[in-house]
Design a binder for this molecule. Structure first.
Ligand code: AP5
Ligand code: MG
Ligand code: ZN
Length: 229
């Protein structure tokens, strides 16, 4: 089935892309597809590709475009195979991150007869980002995201969903955080102009409580994506 509508989520590290995507995707009938999550999953393996990805990931450097596109396409193909008609579109979290990736995505979607319905831009001041990233905990088993103060698990150190022990992300070190934010400013932020020229961008104030941000995103997307049938 062709003609799917995808949504792109753009925002700096710690702006809440993963947090919001997990809450919004099911409400809009979209599938949350995060290249960062795909890489974290891939890095649990012990092979050449996993080692290559880790060598970039841990330092907070972008994984090469060809590897990233391959991993993304694999996931999209898998979704089409496994969920076929119920797959209405992806909520893309963390892709694209530079001009080459944005152009590659356009080409991939054109070939499939799909389109981008909207680009959500999460706006959060830098000082807040650092505070969020330094207190973040994730579940290595199911990928759920927590914050020691802003979004604590019910039992300290344990995942609400699967009970696994929570960990810090290997790229949430001060050095990697600084590098990731710099890459965002230099390579990813300029993409907003690329999409603004096509009238696709909605700016959302991400510096509000998690539930408030969710409702703002939902209200902005609902007219473009509609409710699941
Ligand atoms: P990725 O996993 O995408 O990480 P990121 O872009 O660095 O973004 P984050 O996941 O850190 O931030 P987020 O916006 O999702 O915030 P979150 O919701 O967790 O990428 C990791 C790496 O993979 C890259 O560095 C690169 O190496 C590689 N990679 C991925 N995609 C790639 C690509 N396309 N090309 C090349 N390489 C790629 O929230 C953060 C914290 O804040 C949490 O603790 C959360 O609980 C808390 N929080 C969230 N919202 C709020 C709120 N409203 N109020 C208070 N606290 C909040
Ligand atoms: Mg994330
Ligand atoms: Zn879990």
């Amino acid at each position: 089935m062709a003609g799917r509508c995808h949504v792109v989520l753009i925002g700096p590290q710690g702006s809440g892309k993963g947090t919001q995507a997990a809450r919004i995707a099911p409400r809009l009938g979209l599938v949350h597809v995060a290249t960062g999550d795909l890489f974290r999953q891939l890095m649990t393996r012990d092979d050449e590709l996993a080692r290559e990805v880790r060598s970039y990931y841990d330092r907070g450097v972008l994984v090469p475009d060809d590897v990233t596109l391959r991993v993304l396409l694999q996931r999209l193909d898998e979704l089409e195979r496994e969920t076929s008609d119920s797959f209405r579109g992806a909520l893309l979290d963390g892709y694209p991150r530079n001009r080459a990736q944005a152009e590659a995505l356009d080409e991939v979607l054109r070939d499939r007869g799909d389109e981008i319905a909207a680009v959500v831009h999460l706006v959060v001041p830098r000082a807040v980002l650092i505070e969020r990233l330094s207190g973040r905990l994730i579940c290595p088993q199911c990928g759920a995201t927590y914050h020691v103060r802003f979004s604590p698990p019910k039992t300290p150190g344990r995942c609400d969903h699967c009970g696994s022990a929570l960990v810090q992300r290997s790229d949430d070190t001060p050095e990697a955080i600084a590098r990731r934010l710099e890459t965002y400013e230099q390579q990813t932020e300029p993409l907003l102009e690329y999409y603004r020229a096509r009238g696709l961008v909605v700016d959302i104030d991400g510096n509000q409580p998690i539930e408030v941000v969710t409702e703002a995103i939902y209200a902005a997307l609902e007219p473009h994506v509609g409710d699941p049938v």
